[in-house]
Design a binder for this molecule. Structure first.
Ligand code: NCD
Ligand code: ZN
Length: 444
């Protein structure tokens, strides 16, 4: 007998939406078939005519453990993930200690193994002196992350010659580079100017990292990676200038990501959010935001990822110069996007391409990212008609706040399955262990 059958559903497949059911065995999708052909199963779930999406793959999260588990830990972070329909996360290396040695990577693996309820993978961190570690990496990480300027934590590679050399190592090993592109000299210069001013607020902070910081850094890295021939993925693209550069240099070794906070918030929200709006790269203008949406539709932006960067209210409410940068996003990404689907600004097929199929392809995640026979049964049942408010008091993230608190949204995840296990069910979490993902062979 099959383990699980999901009936009465509308399945969002890569190219079309079909009325069909799913047969799940050993955590995989065994069969996609009409309801009348569904076999008996130990458990039958009636989707009540709702849509089923492939579980979201969030390629950019900060789970903070080891080192800062007061902000988030692998259980609270992964609970937030499944509550937001996310079934796989890729964790960033700016923890304490940072994930910049194979030893530290293995230590983080142990923590994730014992606490995660989503499937997970790891980004490794590049530093000014860990080329040896990079040379020893195997095919068991999602990417090597380069922070070009300082952000949360102490990771940064502030020397283009070193980036050039390290990109060379990654090219030989066919490992993807991910980049936080902001020009260090510019960011530091204008930050120093800010320190000389009186009464600096959150808008001044955002204005101290203008578009040129991101655009110049991205431009140089596109050029550098072209010279070397390695693959590079740009995190949190936020400006019209970056989009223009990406559009002109279109090359399948270069991919790009946008975050929900840049898609749904602008500088106009800074007044209300105050220091909670502080994030790197900062919130941008309405014009930038519109270009990001165009880039989503035209394919210049390949994926949406949260940059889920939880910090405690006390850390956000400090003087703006020392307040922590970053905001949580795991629980709100899918409802925000479904709300756009309801408004007619996005299709469910686009949504699943941006949040599941493309991240699986770019990060070479085997057997995930699509509703397809033989693939992992990572699924999210959504109720497109459900209306609810984002509510800080109901969040699973340990930081306990969202920049979208109070937003009324239509379209919410109601059930999330990781490899056939129902881990989120209408507000309640089931503690079933997640697994580390595997990667298909590097081809480029
Ligand atoms: C991130 C964090 O807090 O870890 N902060 C942020 O403002 N985005 C780091 C990062 O991704 O730059
Ligand atoms: Zn970043």
């Amino acid at each position: 007998m099959s383990d699980l059958v999901i009936k009465n559903s509308k399945l969002v497949l890569p190219e079309k939406i079909v009325d069909a059911g799913l047969v799940i065995e050993d955590g995989r999708i065994r069969e996609i078939t009409k309801d009348k052909n569904l076999p008996d199963a130990e458990r039958v779930i009636d989707a009540r005519g709702n849509y089923v999406l492939p579980g979201l793959i969030d390629a950019h999260v900060h789970f903070r453990e080891p080192g800062a588990s007061s902000k988030e830990d692998w259980f609270t972070g992964s609970s937030a993930a499944v509550a937001g329909g996310v079934t796989t996360i890729l964790d960033m290396p700016n923890t304490q200690p940072p994930t910049t040695t194979i030893k530290h990577l293995n230590e983080k693996r142990e923590i994730a193994r014992s606490k995660a309820i989503v499937d997970y993978g790891f980004h490794f961190g590049a530093t000014v002196d860990n080329s040896d570690e990079l040379s020893r990496l195997g095919n068991d990480i999602a990417s090597v992350k380069f922070y070009m300027s300082a952000t949360t934590g102490s990771l940064k590679v502030d020397n283009d010659a070193l980036i050039f050399e390290e990109f060379g190592i990654l090219k030989d090993k066919k490992i993807l580079a991910t980049v936080h592109a902001e020009n260090r000299d510019m960011v530091e210069y204008w930050f120093d100017r800010l320190k000389e001013k009186e009464g600096v607020d959150a808008l001044d902070y955002a204005n101290s990292r203008p578009n040129i910081c991101a655009a110049d850094a991205l431009n140089r890295m596109v050029f550098l990676s072209k010279m070397i021939g390695n693959s590079v993925h740009f995190c949190h693209v936020s400006t019209r200038e970056e989009i223009e550069i990406l559009r002109n240099s279109r090359d399948n070794r270069v991919t790009a990501e946008a975050t929900p906070h840049h898609l749904f918030l602008t500088k106009r929200d800074i007044k209300e959010l105050g220091n909670y709006s502080k994030v790197n790269p900062p919130l941008r203008s309405r014009g930038d935001q519109l270009e990001l949406w165009n880039a989503i539709h035209s394919g210049v932006i390949d994926i949406i990822a949260t940059d889920h960067a939880p910090h405690l209210p006390g850390e956000k409410e400090r003087d703006i110069l020392i307040a922590s940068a970053g905001m949580p996003g795991l629980e709100t990404m899918l409802p925000l996007l479904l709300n756009e689907v309801n408004k007619g600004n996005l299709t469910l097929i686009e949504l699943s391409r941006l949040t599941a199929t493309n991240p699986a392809r770019i990060f070479r995640i085997g057997n995930k990212g699509m509703i397809k026979e033989g693939y992992d049964a990572d699924l999210v049942i959504i109720d497109l008609k459900k209306e609810d408010r984002v509510d800080n008091s109901r969040l699973f993230t340990k930081c306990g706040w969202s920049p979208f608190d109070g937003w009324k949204l239509k379209g919410w995840p109601i059930k999330t399955f990781v490899r056939g296990n129902l881990v989120f069910d209408e507000g309640s979490i089931e503690r079933i262990r997640g697994k580390e993902i595997t990667y298909s062979k590097n081809e480029s």
